[in-house]
Ligand binder design. Sequence first.
Ligand code: 6GU
Length: 241
Amino acid sequence: MAELPSASFRFDVLSLLPETFGGFLAAGLIGKAVAAGVLEVALHNWRVHASDRHGTVDDAPFGGGAGMVLKLAPLLAGLRQARELAPDSPVVLLTPAGRPMRQACAERWARGRGVILICGRYEGFDARIEAHVDEQVSMGDYVLNGGEVAAMAIIEAVGRLRPGVIGNAASLHSESHRGGLLEYPQYTRPQDFEGQLVPDILLSGDHAKVAAWRHQEALDRTRRLRPDLLDELDVAAAAED
Ligand code: 6GU
C-alpha cells in the first residue's frame, strides 16, 4: 500500500541571522523534506520591526554593566507575526539559561503541528520575554554566540521524527536515548580491520544471544559514559512500582 501523504510540520524561526540556515535547510534528509513540503521552515528576521532606521534591536542594561540587552518590542512584533502564522505552535526561547534539550522534548514537539523557535544573539534577552514564551531550552552547559545552532539542532531532532523524513522508520527505534540508554556498538565489514576484530557473537547467527549482548553493551556503555541516565531510569522504574 502506498504511504499516506504526511501533513506538513512547520518551524517558525525568529533570527537576526537567517542566512545561517541556508546550507542546513538545503542539504541531506532535511533538505529533501523541505523540498517535498513535509517540513516547512519560515525564517523571521525580527530586525525589520526595529523602530529606528538603523535597525537597532538592543540597548544598554538597566542597572549598568557590560554588554547589551535585546529589546523587547521588535522581538515581540516578530513573535506576534509568527504566532499568526502558527497559532498552535509552542513558543520556545533558546537560551543557555534554559532546560537542557532532551529527546523526550523532541518527541513531544513532533506530535504537534509546529514549533516557534526564538534565537537571540550575543547579549541576553530582556527578561520580560519570559512571560511570552511556553518553554526555555538550552543546548547544553556551554555558551554559544546565539540560538541559531541550537535551532538547527532542534529542527533536525524534531523533523527526523516526522513521517516521511527518514526512509527507514525502523531505525528510529534502536537509537541512543530511545528507552533511556545509549545505543549498543555497531560494526560492518571488514570483520578484521588491521587487527581490530568484530566481536564473535555478532557472527554467531544466534539472534537471542545477539540481542542479549547488545542490551548488556548498551548498559555498560551508558554506565561508563552517562551514569546520570541510569539514575534517571532507576527513578522512573521506582515510580512505576
Ligand atoms: Cl540555546 N543559546 C546560546 N546563546 N548559548 C547556548 C545555548 C543557546 N545553549 C547552550 N548554549
